[in-house]
Design a protein. Sequence first.
Length: 82
Amino acid sequence: MQPRAAESVNSPSRRISVLEIARRLDIGRLAVYSMLEKGIIPGLRLGRRWIITRQAYLTWESTCGLPSGTGLQREPEVDVVN
């Protein structure tokens, strides 16, 4: 029997747990929940539960939490004239 579409979308491998995030960042679970509440870490709150997709988290982690399309601004080049 093949899994239904909803089951495959909600499979554990597509999500990352708060505990796994805490271990990866070497912080406590409460700190992760605080970051989720503040919108620092991407997640969706459903009642008392947080749903964090693995892909969204890994993207966040690889960009140091910066929104896509942003980055370090380059200093303007300066010409030194003698």
